[in-house]
Design a protein around this ligand. Structure first.
Ligand SMILES: NC(=O)c1ccc[n+]([C@@H]2O[C@H](COP(=O)([O-])OP(=O)(O)OC[C@H]3O[C@@H](n4cnc5c(N)ncnc54)[C@H](O)[C@@H]3O)[C@@H](O)[C@H]2O)c1
Length: 300
């Protein structure tokens, strides 16, 4: 593996991160701390939030619980999950918050961590829940799938022949690839749902650069810079959750799917993410990896 192929993904990820941070700073200076939008109550609805024990997920859980939803936290940290449920119940007075825990299984299945955890886990969970979602959605209240990607997908490359990055591994490249895979997956899923006429929509969210535990593995110099500047240029976890909440409950998106959402607006994703052939090939490959039938091949 050449020096360049190791360093280039790192430079690209930092470049895109700095671009987003700059945009966030300008937005903050322009808008100040804008008031959170008000959404209708969601009393009869159920949401499953993966990673809901911390960071962006936790604030998504709290907001949805406040709107009256029955929220289920899916995660890998039992104590953290139970503690989040306790806090959400206390702060929102919504007793319908629960925790569903899945153990860490990446090594057991041998998947590369970023691809397995960030992408394949969501791919599989979504597919396993799909029949229930189809039965839950109706014309005026579509069931909604919200996937969390990232601006790093703009510098991602999908290596269909080496999805686990075994030929040339770079943590930054692997992260960016997993986030690009989520965009491709969401668009393909929406094509399949639309073709079937089901009342389920799938959108993908870019939360911005958010001050969470996600950055615990960056080098000490970056940690230091983050510590000094995050208050000014990073989004808070509450701000980071706002586009996910918008995608989950906003009436603007009733029946609308296949969008890449950033700052509560539709935005263009990377050109290659619209490549339908690539979307299909990734879908087929992902089905093989997680061992589920390919509904695209079955004609749904
Ligand atoms: N923070 C950012 O700047 C940022 C930017 C773009 C995208 N994102 C995306 O947003 C999502 C949430 O990130 P965050 O910033 O809140 O991070 P975080 O580290 O604060 O929270 C991650 C959550 O995922 C859970 N988790 C970790 N490993 C898991 C596993 N194996 N199985 C199930 N759950 C697991 C953790 O317990 C935690 O609740 C991620 O998909 C991340 O890639 C974050």
């Amino acid at each position: 593996m050449s020096f360049l192929s190791r360093v280039l993904p790192l430079l690209l990820v930092y470049y895109i991160g700095l671009t987003v941070i700059l945009q966030q700073l300008l937005r903050r200076l322009r808008l100040g701390s804008a008031l959170a939008p008000v959404f209708p109550t969601q009393n009869e609805k159920v949401a499953i939030v993966t990673g809901g024990a911390g960071g962006i997920g936790y604030h998504t859980v709290k907001h949805l619980a406040r709107l009256g939803m029955h929220v289920i936290i899916a995660g890998n940290d039992e104590n953290g999950g139970q503690e989040s449920v306790r806090q959400v119940k206390e702060e929102t007075l919504n007793e319908k918050a629960a925790v569903m825990l899945v153990p860490e299984r990446k090594t057991q299945y041998g998947f590369e961590e970023h691809f397995g955890l960030n992408y394949l886990g969501h791919f599989l969970l979504t597919n396993l829940l799909l029949e229930t979602l189809k039965q839950s959605g109706i014309h005026s209240y579509n069931a909604r799938i919200v996937t969390l990607s990232s601006a790093t997908h703009y510098v991602g490359e999908l290596h269909l022949k080496d999805l686990h990055s075994s030929c040339s591994y770079s943590p930054h490249g692997a992260y960016a690839q997993s986030k690009l895979a989520l965009v491709l997956f969401t668009y393909q899923l929406q094509h399949l749902l639309t073709a079937e006429g089901s009342h389920v929509t799938a959108n993908v969210v870019d939360p911005g650069v958010v001050n969470t535990e996600l950055y615990q593995n960056v080098c000490w110099a970056v940690k230091m810079v983050k510590w000094m500047t995050a208050w000014l240029v990073f989004k808070t976890p509450e701000e980071g959750a706002s586009t996910s909440i918008y995608a989950a409950v906003s009436p603007d998106l009733e029946g609308v799917g296949g969008c890449y959402l950033y700052n509560e607006k539709r935005t263009k994703s990377l050109d290659v993410s619209y490549d339908e052939e690539l979307q299909r090939r990734l879908w087929t490959e992902s089905c093989k990896m997680v061992g589920i039938p390919d509904m695209a091949l079955r004609g749904l």
